[in-house]
Design a binder for this molecule. Structure first.
Ligand code: ARG
Length: 569
């Protein structure tokens, strides 16, 4: 819509004594297409002139009567609004041309100017469940990573692995007492979790275990060889295991900087807090009182000298600013840590860091898996990897049934299966709790990835059948589309760039996800009513250009959600 908006900006600027930019920002999409395609609200301008907005709107429309733009053809006033109707031929041609020329980069911009955005996401805890919350963080975080990249920011993905803390003392004790090497090697993530659970069961009867665990963690902190060797081993085995999942999802982190990465910086942070006079001793512990800010106190150091999760987060935030000089720093972490991040950002502010305002917690609700398709064995946790494998398996069954002759079924099953999990998560407003239902997530006609992917595959199939002579750009062919369904599809395709911006700026990939459902729906409506291969000459060419653009928009959009666009399925 950019060109249309610019045109309207230039047209109205002299009439309403506003800058074209201000006008563009005011433009709205009317609630119904019959009201036009873009509306200029006359409120602010009317105020200056002390006239009622509808009077102004009418006056403007009368002044402009008979004029025509390049991309619009009609102006009508409606209440306080001045409504513009697009000129379908010129507008359609312009939109299709932009998509044709930009290709894979359609929708991408250089808004970010290369500024660094750190994105802390996934961040599972070694030996505690790769909890379901981490599934969401992984999927949402990765999409934000891709979205910011598309907007010209330099995305820096950081996996803030939970690889430090008293649980390592517990694990060492558990493993030394009753651990089995073969089990550890076979399934490290689950086994470490089992050891952790068992530790908590046994400590009820044998409280001395707790003291041992504390002693071992202390040894670890002091760099004792044996303790460190255990820690390195547990950590590496877990990382190797996570790597399989990340590979499957096509995720690469710029940095896997776990909590332990910041150990050497903790003293400096504590000293800084003391020097600034915001930290005080309380019963031997060191705390920052946040009462006057309406928040509970933060503990930086316990009585026994141990530091905490938040101490490491303070060090990490400062390290990130110093290392990357980010323009924004995102933390994609469940809503249950709302308070933690409020406290973190407040303490940074009290330490005098203005950039605390650039730190953003991106919270999300819980995800539950509907019973049946995914039952967990007692004492086991749902691992992201298992969820993905299960989804691929179900997708395989569906594809086997729907398209038994497909050449590469395995690949399609993977693309559809992974897409279902990602989209099932991303298409919901992140802050809501979601119930993941396999049947719904893999419904080819529902609001799913498969529905969008199917539209993409269908277009690919049509394009494979089209003659080579239509594989080129043609102004006339691109200006021929005037059916209501064609225009509606063009208008939808034109929205991708602003949807990408809105998704990134609101940290809501769901905006893009919902939009792609609209694209697929508009495509289906068009395809149902307008024959493509069955039409002739320029019209056929124009429609092929339209579906080619649609394919591009779907592929680009799904790509930013981390979802593949299959050519066949
Ligand atoms: N490992 C943490 C957890 O699972 C999440 C870490 C999020 N990132 C951070 N910088 N605190 O709860």
């Amino acid at each position: 819509m950019d060109k249309l908006k610019e045109e309207i900006g230039r047209l109205l600027a002299p009439l309403v004594s506003l800058e074209p930019k201000e006008i563009i920002n005011l433009l709205e999409v009317p609630p119904e297409t019959s009201y036009g395609d873009l509306a200029f609200p006359c409120f602010s301008f009317a105020k200056n002139r002390k006239l009622a907005p509808p009077v102004i709107a009418k006056e403007l429309s009368e002044k402009l009567v008979g004029t025509k733009g390049l991309y619009w053809e009609k102006i009508v006033s409606r209440g306080p609004y001045l409504n513009f109707y697009i000129a379908p031929r010129a507008y359609g041609c312009e939109v299709l041309r932009q998509i044709w020329e930009s290709g894979e980069k359609y929708g991408h911009t250089n808004l970010g100017n290369g500024g660094n955005v750190t994105i802390d996401y996934s961040s599972p805890n070694i030996a505690k469940p790769f909890g379901i919350g981490h599934i969401r963080s992984t999927v949402i975080g990765h999409s934000l990573y891709l979205l910011y990249k598309a907007l010209g920011y330099n995305s820096i993905g950081i996996n803030h692995l939970g690889d430090w803390g008293t649980q390592f003392g517990k694990l060492i004790v558990a493993f030394k007492h009753w651990g089995e090497e073969s089990k550890l090697v076979a399934d490290p993530v689950n086994y470490l979790y089992q050891l952790y659970v068992q530790f908590h069961q046994r400590v009820e009867e044998e409280p001395a275990l707790d003291d041992q665990a504390r002693a071992w963690f202390k040894k670890l902190e002091e760099g004792d060889d044996e303790a460190v060797a255990y820690w390195i081993r547990f950590r590496q085995l877990s990382l190797d295991n996570y790597a399989l999942t990340y590979d499957l999802l096509g995720i690469e982190f710029e940095y896997i900087h776990g909590e332990s990465h910041y150990n050497d910086l903790l003293d400096t942070v504590i000293k800084l807090a003391q020097d600034k006079g915001i930290a005080k001793e309380s019963d031997g512990a060191l705390i920052v009182d946040l009462e006057s800010h309406g928040l509970p106190p933060v503990m930086l150091r316990k009585k026994d000298g141990a530091t905490l999760y938040i101490t490491r987060d303070l060090a990490a935030a400062i390290y990130r600013k110093e290392t990357f000089n980010f323009v924004r720093s995102l933390y994609v972490v469940g809503a249950e840590q709302l308070l933690h991040f409020q406290q973190l950002f407040k303490v940074l502010e009290l330490l005098g860091f203005k950039w605390a305002a650039d730190c953003v917690h991106v919270p999300f609700g819980l995800i539950r898996f509907k019973e049946g398709r995914m039952s967990t064995r007692a004492g086991k946790i749902i691992l992201l990897d298992e969820v993905l494998q299960r989804s691929i398996e179900i997708a395989r069954e569906i594809i086997e049934e729907k398209n038994p002759d497909l050449a590469d079924k395995e690949r399609a099953a993977q693309e559809v299966g992974l897409g279902a999990v990602r989209f099932g998560d991303l298409s919901n407003d992140r802050i809501k709790n979601i119930e993941f239902d396999w049947d719904k997530a893999l419904d080819f006609s529902g609001e799913t990835a498969a529905y969008i992917q199917y539209a993409h595959a269908r277009i690919c199939s049509i394009l494979r059948k089209a003659e080579a002579e239509y594989e080129k750009w043609d102004d006339k062919a691109a200006s021929i589309l005037i059916m209501e369904e064609e225009i509606a599809l063009v208008k939808t395709l034109a929205l991708l760039p602003e949807k990408i911006i809105a998704s990134a700026e609101n940290y809501r990939p769901s905006i893009l996800a919902r939009y792609l459902i609209d694209v697929a729906r508009e495509f289906n409506r068009f395809y149902h009513n307008c024959p493509v291969l069955g039409s002739e000459g320029e019209l056929k060419h124009g429609r092929l250009l339209l579906i080619r653009a649609t394919r591009q928009v779907i592929a680009n959009g799904l790509g930013l959600l981390g979802i593949a666009a299959p050519e066949e399925m």
